[in-house]
Design a binder for this molecule. Structure first.
Ligand code: FES
Length: 490
């Protein structure tokens, strides 16, 4: 990954992009190609956030299904959805070719297969909805090409896959080549909305910019307008060895809720690496990360000839209530602040759509996708989903009235954390590997929900809007921008 230093001085640019994941880097790359002076700031390294945890499917078959997108957004919305995701894969392919990026990009077919009788999804209806949306070449097959997946499916041609970090590294190099600046390890504390805007970093230096793009998975500049329309879901992945050739190359995902998704990654050994994701968990769900990962492994072993489990990890996606990301002008008084969030399970294509759409908006070009992705939109048909996820967030607020995870710090093993009730407050206690205890108030510094220990990532995660903190309470990901406070300061 290209270097760049933390920002050490005040600078002026045309566009300041906050967030160096797929959405931020794609946007900065395109704007730099257009001649804009861009600076990209990120609290961590380039590609160090959720982009590093994706399974990197490049699908134009939307994971919320075309039947649901058409119900919520009408036929026009469903057509734009299909077109924009397909165009995103094209744009990635074009960048790979133009920049000669060695990022394992390949085109391949995608298969949506029946995962079980209780999925509630009709492949026949989804086929018709996909055709009405303009998806080229979609057909129904009697079964998938995987030997043990003897299930009816829809074939979506010309999907894709790639190595997202290799891809981002290539784009980051191109940004610097085109005069842009990369400033990793630069935490942004605030965006002062004005013309020009001021992006204030925690260390002090300020970026003055005509336009600001906030592409931080969950935007830290919003308190209500967008956070009330999306919810963080934890998502789980494993990578396992399978005999070479035993699983035909393709993208596979089932009709279940939560659904499972599968692809192969290139491997140097004489075996293939199968990457499987799924078992997403919404806020307030009691199942823990270990249980979800075990369930994902069990599901995989039942369907694929796994010889050895190699990796497992957890990530976080922001699930919009109406199935479509929020990309465009940030709701607010000023038109020069842009946001990209609500990626759902389509992070790689939604991030690329952000690069295409926000570049057009900043360059003052018409873009037919703008209305569908407008962050200010209200989708009336999504009220039921709003209540479901809203109720989950309310459930997480009720955490304040429950007991802690443990009754005493003696129950906390080295290298792990737990919530402890102390009087009327709750404390996030981490025991390091040497046995020392580190305490912080358990109140998330965004809007005060109780954080929870994530044993897979080794972090404190907020179930309300997705903020993450390291074991010592330092902010890893927003929307929170301040560290967890010492207990005495709560
Ligand atoms: Fe909003 Fe924690 S992220 S309260």
């Amino acid at each position: 990954m290209p270097g760049g230093r933390p920002l050490g001085e005040d600078i002026e640019v045309d566009v300041c992009v906050v967030g160096a994941g797929i959405a931020g880097i794609s946007t900065a790359y395109r704007l730099a190609r257009e001649g804009k002076r861009v600076a990209v700031l990120d609290a961590g390294p380039v590609g160090g956030g959720e982009t590093s945890r994706t399974t990197a499917h490049l699908a134009s078959a939307v994971d919320d299904r075309f039947t649901e997108i058409e119900r919520l957004h009408g036929l026009d919305g469903s057509r734009i959805c299909a077109d924009s995701h397909a165009r995103a894969i094209d744009a990635i392919e074009e960048a790979v070719r133009a920049e000669r990026l060695a990022c394992d990009f390949e085109r391949l077919d995608g298969y949506l297969f029946e995962g079980g009788d209780d999925s509630g999804v009709s492949l026949a209806e989804e086929l018709e909805a996909a055709r009405r949306a303009g998806v080229a070449g979609v057909v129904r097959l009697r079964r998938t090409p995987v030997e043990r997946l003897d299930a009816s499916c829809l074939l979506f041609p010309r999907q894709g896959q790639f190595h997202p970090l290799k891809y981002l590294a290539g784009l980051a190099h191109a940004i610097v080549r085109d005069g842009g600046r990369l400033h990793p390890e630069t935490l942004v504390r605030d965006v002062e909305e004005d013309r020009p805007a001021r992006v204030v970093t925690k260390a002090g230096p300020v970026v003055t910019a005509d336009s600001v793009v906030v592409a931080t998975n969950a935007p830290f500049i919003d308190r209500f307008a967008i956070h009330s329309k999306q919810a963080p879901y934890r998502t789980y992945s494993i990578a396992a060895r399978v005999p070479r050739g035993s699983v035909p190359h393709g993208l596979y995902w089932d009709t279940m809720d939560p659904y499972h998704y599968v692809r192969l990654a290139p491997s140097a050994a004489d075996e293939d690496l199968l990457i499987v994701g799924g078992e997403d968990r919404k806020p307030g769900d009691d199942a823990d990360d270990e249980e979800r990962l075990e369930e994902l492994e069990r599901w995989t072993r039942e369907r694929f000839p796994v010889s050895e489990l190699r990796y497992r990890w957890a990530g976080q996606v922001m699930e919009p209530i109406d199935g479509v990301a929020f990309i465009g002008r940030n709701p607010g008084r000023h038109e020069n602040i842009y946001v990209a969030t609500g990626d759902s399970g389509m992070g790689m294509t939604h991030g690329t759509i952000a690069g295409l759409l926000i570049t057009d908006l900043i360059m003052e070009r018409e873009n037919p996708w703008a209305r569908l992705y407008d962050p200010s939109r209200v989708t009336l048909g999504a009220l039921g989903r709003f209540l479901r996820d809203g109720a989950s967030v309310v459930g997480t607020l009720a955490e304040w009235f429950k007991s802690g995870d443990v009754a005493s710090v003696d129950e906390i093993a080295p290298g792990s954390g737990a919530i402890l009730r102390r009087g009327i407050s709750k404390v996030a206690v981490y025991r390091d590997r040497e046995g020392r205890l580190h305490e912080r108030t358990a109140a998330c510094t965004h809007l005060g929900c109780v954080v929870a220990w994530n044993p897979v990532a080794g972090s404190w995660d907020c179930p309300c809007h997705g903020s993450r903190f390291d074991p010592y309470g330092r902010v890893l990901a927003g929307p929170a921008v301040a560290d967890l406070k010492p207990p005495s300061a709560s």
